[in-house]
Design a protein around this ligand. Sequence first.
Ligand SMILES: N[C@@H](CCC(=O)N[C@@H](CS)C(=O)NCC(=O)O)C(=O)O
Length: 234
Amino acid sequence: MAGNKQQKTIPTVYNMSSSKAREVLWALEELADTGIKYNVVNLLRRGADTYKVLKSQFPLGKSPIVTLEPVDGEPEVTYQILPNVLTEARLILQFISDHYTDGVLSQKFANGSLVTKVDNVVTFEVIPTMLFFPLRQLTLLMVMPIRNHFTNDLRVIYQILEDALSEERPWFSGKKLGLADFNMVFPMDMAIGRGYIELENYPKLAKWHYTVINRPAYRRALEKGGPYNLSTFA
Ligand SMILES: N[C@@H](CCC(=O)N[C@@H](CS)C(=O)NCC(=O)O)C(=O)O
């Protein structure tokens, strides 16, 4: 991400383990080299107080949530619904781009389709695990065709993503890393982590993901945010 702006607020990221909040930590770590400061509150998905803490910041109680602390005692600003509180990963990333970087990062590719389909597959996989014999086995038989239907649907999306990348435009944001890339990482981490993609069929997508997960800022975000396991959701 390009440049730095004078930082007027210090964000605190409420980061639940194995959640989309990691995208936000990655973006902030990319900016840490330009002097941007932030705090992180780590919460375990299955922690006793996790949802209480999240809901104390925003009633929906979903991760990520970001609160903003003015640097020079400026008055609170309502960007969304509550003063100095941000929610929704995509909007948080947009705020980071608008407020902590020089240039407005363009959002050339929406992750909406991918994240929705991946979530559908996860939902149908998780339902049987919440039941006991014999319902678990019966439900498994019922939901597997639906799960497979969504997995097949994903192939079209992967191909669109594959075709969007090239030597000249190695990032979803274009020539340079940007918002679209931060938005894409969680659903791609999930698709790869849960085995919903045959990466060998999508070499450009595979290279994009490999490049992302080997960036020092992404690695720092993994260290700072604690557990990030999208197959067990620890
Ligand atoms: N649309 C929200 C979704 C946030 C969301 O669903 N977060 C998940 C983790 S990735 C969560 O908090 N799940 C806990 C739950 O649903 O109880 C966003 O993009 O930030």
